[in-house]
Design a protein around this ligand. Structure first.
Ligand code: MN
Length: 749
């Protein structure tokens, strides 16, 4: 979308202010501004024009004309639209930042914030490469364009720019002609329509039609031309008759007529699948009155002269279109069976229909329902129109009109230019999930506009987002705290649930196996049908669901085993049937079935439970369990710093207790390795005395390491302690050794 006809800078003809063609055109521009906006100061326009001439000097367009002609033409279109001098100056400068070494700072210094801001907005849009045509994309691109600009004049300049580029499109290659015309039809013409700029829209459409479908264009063109003379003659007759009747009835009104535009004729043909001969509203008459009452008077008058075609009467005065278009429409049957459409409106309505108002809104095609939110926006626009009437200075109106049309959405791009619409404050992660679930699940980072950003950063309108993924990476529960789109949220939750379920099935299976071993039951003897029968007993669907229910603590493994093979186990009388439970209950009940009141935290042989390596708790210490992904339950000391960090995922915490030794005689004495660091005097015999204390306490020494510093020694032991009391005795004993300054337990081994 960059300036479509820029060629590399090369020497061209003299484009200085002395050039006669330019001088004449510029005088016309100033005259138009003076006529349309007498109070505007033309000085800024003059300054902008000089700046434009200077900085585009030597640049040429594909047509071979000096580049500066393009900004001048764009400014003329803007002046025709009756825009203010700020907008016209910005129009003259609109390609300066894009195509010359001029910076936004330069523009600010010379022309002030407003002009610079507008030029910057136009440049920003120019830089975006829109993806190829995709039906659903077009609407998003249009919305994004509106969302990206904060000043309505940016869009006006963009439309004027496109209009002039379309008018001079013949100089480009056929491929460029196609692409630019397509984009014009998809993006710019509808945008002009939405802004109520009927004239610009019509011209853009007809210009684009010629290039997008030259064959059909020629067909429609020829058909219309063949009937033009006849049509014009007919309409001239209609006009004369109508004028006569208006005078008779003392109604002041002017009458216009035209042959409809080719693109809109073709749209009609496509829609109703008829031939060009059958298009009844090829011919259009317009009556412009002084008042609304006169509109309805003319309406009645016309129907008294010509017979209306049923179903073609529309009152857009009582029910304005969403873009504020107002008119009475009717189609009537003229002499010789000629049908023609009549539009009746006031001067004010006519102005709005042709030029649009300086306002934006979300437009839906007539007929489609308008959401309450759209309704709200429209109310806002109507309010603006009211304000506009009250304001004496139109400049004031334009500069106070800031667009924030889609405050709840943000428009971003893939590197290939596809528009991705996300909720406001969305993050790169939301973006990733909108591309594909797997892209979201494996997302490890993102580049926004080429720079690496954190996953939780907020995206802004126009950001180009590139997702970085890594195979095997998986979602984190933490993501739920910052994603904004419901899609991302649901996908993450789904993944977490799925994987928690897998884990639960695994735990359930192991618990059942352990229970079976305990009762010396071979699970191998059960058939799949046995599991299905028990599953049905518990009203769960499948074998897996049954295992998951055990894993989640809904039912105990013993209950299930007993159902599988009644009488094999002694049902615990006190054990109630569990109906519901959370993960946190799950693991505790696991232990209940294994004959103790708490989770088995015996460590090495336990598949499900392991001591967290960060704190290595030992028997007797206050502990807390944490369900890890795919590894089982990590047991931390309650005072472990990591526990503080784990608190926010409270649903993954489980209560755990040290298991009571079931049978002390049989059970091997369980010990836990502990690392002790001793700071002491560096003296002979120290190490020997320390080792003696440890062996006196019947503790095994796994490793010993000592080093000496300036005036002290540091000795590190890894010893096997039975529990906290045993450890406390060891530490006390070590502290009593003369020359020992401190004994510390290191959390890590
Ligand atoms: Mn341009």
């Amino acid at each position: 979308m960059a300036a479509t006809q820029t060629t590399p800078v090369k020497p061209g003809p003299d484009t200085g202010p002395g050039n006669e063609l330019f001088a004449e055109k510029f005088r016309e521009l100033l005259a138009m501004v003076r006529a349309n906006r007498p109070t505007d100061d033309p000085e800024i326009i003059r300054k902008a024009w000089e700046f434009c001439l200077e900085h585009h000097k030597g640049q040429m367009r594909a047509s071979g004309s000096p580049y500066a002609l393009h900004p001048l033409e764009v400014a003329s279109v803007l002046a025709e639209m009756k825009l203010d001098s700020t907008a016209i100056a910005a129009g003259l400068l609109h390609d300066a930042v894009e195509d010359t070494p001029v910076t936004t700072e330069d523009i600010t210094a010379m022309f002030g914030e407003q002009v610079a801001h507008i030029v910057e907005g136009v440049t920003k849009i120019d830089k975006i490469q829109f993806a190829n045509r995709e039906d659903r994309q077009a609407e998003n691109v249009r919305k994004m364009l509106l969302a990206m600009v904060s000043d309505v004049r940016v869009v006006m300049i963009k439309l004027a720019d496109r209009l002039h580029n379309m008018r001079t499109l013949q100089h480009l290659s056929p491929e460029r002609q196609q692409a630019i015309s397509r984009e014009t039809l998809d993006i710019y013409a509808p945008l002009a329509h939405r802004l109520g700029m009927g004239k610009v829209r019509g011209e853009l459409e007809d210009l684009a039609f010629r290039y997008v479908d030259p064959f059909t264009f020629q067909q429609v063109h020829d058909a219309v031309e063949a009937r033009r003379a006849e049509g014009e003659q007919f309409l001239a007759g209609v006009e004369a008759l109508l004028k006569e009747k208006l005078a008779e009835n003392n109604i002041k009104a002017r009458v216009e007529w035209r042959i409809k535009r080719l693109y809109s004729i073709n749209q009609k043909l496509l829609k109703s699948k008829i031939s060009v001969d059958q298009v009844y509203d090829l011919l259009a008459l317009r009556v412009i009155t002084a008042s609304v009452q006169d509109c309805y008077a003319v309406f009645g008058l016309i129907h008294s002269i010509w017979r209306p075609v049923p179903g073609r009467i529309k009152d857009f005065i009582a029910m304005p279109r969403p873009n504020l278009y107002q008119s009475l429409h009717t189609t009537v049957m003229g002499e010789g069976g000629h049908q023609f459409e009549v539009q009746i409106r006031t001067e004010e309505m006519h102005r709005i229909a042709e030029e649009g108002i300086a306002a934006h809104w979300k437009y839906k095609d007539p007929g489609s329902p308008i959401s309450p939110r759209d309704e709200q926006r429209l109310a806002w626009i109507r309010q603006l129109v009211e304000w506009q009437r009250e304001m004496t200075d139109p400049n004031e109106f334009l500069s106070t009109l800031k667009i924030d049309l889609y405050p709840e959405e943000v428009y971003t791009f893939t590197p290939k230019g596809k528009v991705v619409v996300l909720p406001k404050d969305a993050t790169p992660l939301d973006f990733a999930y909108s591309i594909h679930t797997e892209v979201g699940n494996t997302c490890v980072g993102a580049k926004v506009n080429g720079r690496i950003v954190p996953l939780r950063s907020r995206l802004r309108n126009g950001d180009i987002v590139e997702v970085v993924t890594q195979n095997g990476h998986t979602p984190s529960r933490d993501w739920l705290t910052f994603v904004k789109s419901s899609r991302a949220r649901n996908k993450i939750k789904h993944w977490l649930n799925e994987h928690q379920r897998e884990r639960a099935i695994d735990i359930g299976r192991k618990l059942l196996e352990r229970e079976a071993r305990k009762y010396k039951v071979s699970l191998a003897k059960f058939e799949e049908t046995d599991y299905e029968r028990v599953a049905a007993d518990y009203s769960v669907a499948t074998h897996s669901d049954l295992m998951a229910a055990i894993g989640f603590g809904k039912y105990s493994a013993r209950q299930v085993l007993n159902r599988l093979s009644p009488g094999l186990t002694q049902p615990a009388a006190a054990e109630p049937e569990q109906t519901a439970g959370e993960m946190s209950d799950a693991v505790r009940r696991v232990s209940a079935t294994s004959g103790t009141d708490s989770l088995q935290v015996e460590g090495h042989n336990e598949l499900l439970v392991y001591r967290a390596r960060c704190c290595n708790p030992i028997r007797g210490e206050e502990i807390i369990g944490y369900v890890t992904r795919g590894k089982g339950v990590a047991v931390h000391a309650r005072n472990c710093p990591n526990v503080q960090n784990l608190l926010y995922e409270s649903d993954r915490r489980v209560s755990v207790e040290w298991a009571r030794p079931v049978d002390e005689a049989i059970a091997r004495r369980q010990t836990y390795p502990v690392r002790l660091t001793i700071f002491c005097d560096d003296r002979t015999g120290m190490l020997k005395e320390l080792t003696a204390v440890i062996s006196d306490e019947n503790a095994n020494i796994r490793t010993v390491d000592s080093r000496t510093g300036q005036d002290e020694a540091i000795v590190e032991f890894v010893v096997d302690a039975e529990d906290v009391r045993h450890l406390a005795r060891l530490v006390q004993g070590l502290r009593r050794v003369p020359g020992v300054r401190d004994v510390q337990r290191s959390p890590k081994l």
